[in-house]
Design a protein around this ligand. Structure first.
Ligand code: BES
Ligand code: ZN
Ligand code: ZN
Length: 510
């Protein structure tokens, strides 16, 4: 049942109330028309014709607008047309769906309050490419996401953006059938928007229970089951590692198990995929406390969980033909007299004992329980976990790619293909057994930290591997660098909803 007191952030149940109309021609004219321009051979001729038609000087326009990626030019037609505004949007030369998405998101962000209630986008000149459907999907997703506003807790009254209000209409002009792609783009953007709010929410407005409430509400609305284990149930289930991480927190932990099967599914014909997301609502480091400079960003240490929530919601909403199980261990990692101390030996769901060398390596502890629980209770064909697991992966790949760990070449290829399509980069790192020595403990079955400041992302992955019990199709994504980053869309680092589109793309291709 929903306890609205626990939902501290805006739930945004209907974030984009405007209509989206797909049509073959732009009559009646919208108040503004966005025209994406690919920098291909002959684009200048086409622009010259457009300039003549609009009654603006072609030479000046071509001198000023080069169709570079994300470049915008505004034309105010004076010719015999009712069209009052044209926004040319450059897509550059080597166009890909991720670049289309960023260009549209950037335009939407930059023209925020300017796009009028009837704005259209013409893809009529882009239909020669076989990529037009994914490009339109990317464009719509970008346009919607560009409206995201990080100022959730500002008290000044927010003016609704004219195009994104009730009664407004976004026109998509194309002769290709893109209804499903447009609906998908809208659904994905809505989920992403709500997850951006959730990941950006500070820890005093987002507790483990809040993640549970989010899942319950979403499951209710889109038709998937959500079971929330808490209190004594966690001990009964044997989630000892999760309990060890949470024991220093005022806010109680929760263990979420979600399951979706399409209504019309014939049993046994579907692929069974299990997802696990790290749900640390705040990571102080525990007794091995973090330095303060960047600690505030550890409100985003549940971004892996957010990606799993998003994938569950969208699988159900888009009725993807897959049997999907999502598991989220949710807890804070806090400092207290009751906190787990360095050197403590704890238990785990699998029964293995763990020497906790560093209480800041808490993600692998809670994931150990979640991975083992998922594997033992559901036997998925594929297991994918997402976690803001290590600072080390940022040292390795920076803020542009997630570390991908798997023994399975096929799964690596599938995830990489999906990532290339969505623009959420992944880069494979090794799981060689030589790294296992980092896990050796003299006093317990294994330890959670090797004590060496090298290859930290790999030792983290090696630790998780133990708790998958050598599952043949398991992949771990270390998303520490990509889930909460700098971007052109906010002045401070903020959430990216990394992984949501990647998972949906991967699941859609199964
Ligand atoms: N949540 C952090 C990892 C992290 C760091 C995420 C920076 C996002 C940005 C994780 O729990 C952690 O503290 N990892 C430690 C592990 C170490 C103690 C073995 C790290 O990476 O320093
Ligand atoms: Zn930590
Ligand atoms: Zn953490």
């Amino acid at each position: 049942m929903l306890d609205s007191d626990l939902i501290f952030y805006n739930l945004r149940l209907n974030p984009y109330p405007m209509k989206i109309k797909i049509s073959k021609s732009f009559t009646p004219y919208p108040e503004a028309l966005i025209v994406p321009i690919v920098q291909n051979e002959g684009f200048e001729n086409a622009l010259t014709k457009m300039a003549e038609w609009a009654g603006v000087a072609p030479e000046l326009m071509l001198a000023d607008f080069k169709a570079d990626w994300k470049e915008i030019a505004t034309l105010y037609p004076t010719g015999k047309t009712d069209l009052k505004r044209i926004y040319l949007l450059g897509l550059g030369k080597d166009v890909t769906a991720p670049k289309v998405l960023t260009a549209f998101r950037s335009l939407s962000y930059r023209l925020k309050s300017k796009l009028p209630p009837r704005t259209g986008v013409s893809f009529l000149r882009m239909e020669q490419t076989d990529q037009v459907v994914p490009w339109i999907e990317a464009a719509v997703n970008g346009l919607l996401l560009g409206q995201y506003d990080t100022g959730q807790y500002k008290t000044e009254e927010k003016k609704p953006q004219p195009l994104f209000t009730d009664g407004a209409e976004l026109g998509i002009y194309t002769t290709v059938d893109v209804a499903a792609a447009v609906e998908k783009a809208r659904a994905v953007a809505e989920t992403q928007l709500r997850l951006l709010d959730l990941v950006n929410a500070p820890a005093n407005k987002k507790m483990p229970r809040t993640l549970a409430e989010w899942a319950l509400e979403s499951g209710d609305r889109y038709g998937y089951s959500v079971e929330v284990f808490d209190g004594d149930q966690l001990k009964e289930l044997g989630l000892h590692a999760l309990l060890a991480v949470s024991q220093g927190s005022e806010s109680p932990p929760a263990f979420l198990v979600m399951e979706y099967t399409p209504a019309d599914a014939t049993a046994g014909t579907l692929h069974k995929v299990g997802l696990v997301g790290k749900g640390v609502t705040f990571d102080t480091g525990g007794i091995s406390i973090k330095e303060s400079a960047h600690m505030h960003m550890m409100k985003s240490d549940m971004a892996g969980a957010a990606a799993v929530l998003g994938a569950m919601e969208l699988a159900a909403r888009l009725r993807l033909p897959v049997h999907l199980i999502g598991v989220i261990p949710a807890t804070e990692n806090s400092v207290d007299a009751k906190s787990t101390k360095p050197g403590d030996v704890i238990g785990s769901y699998l029964g293995k004992t763990i020497e906790v060398i560093d209480t800041d390596a808490e993600g692998r502890l809670i994931l150990a329980d979640a991975l083992a629980y998922l594997n033992r209770n559901y036997q998925p064909e594929v297991i994918i976990d997402l976690a803001t697991l290590t600072g080390s992966v940022i040292g390795t790949l920076g803020y542009h790619a997630a570390g991908l760990f798997t023994h399975n070449d096929e799964l690596a290829a599938e995830l990489t293909r999906a990532a290339d399509q969505t623009g959420e980069r992944v880069w494979r790192l090794p799981l060689w057994d030589v790294y296992e020595e980092d896990l050796h403990s003299d006093v317990a079955d294994l330890k959670n930290y090797g004590g060496k400041p090298v290859a930290g992302a790999i030792s983290g992955a090696k630790f998780l591997e133990v708790f998958t019990e050598n599952h043949p199709r398991w992949a771990h994504l270390d998303v520490a660098g990509v889930a909460f980053t700098d971007s052109e869309f906010s002045k401070m680092r903020s959430a990216t909803a990394y992984g949501v589109r990647l998972l949906v793309e991967y699941l859609s291709r199964l």
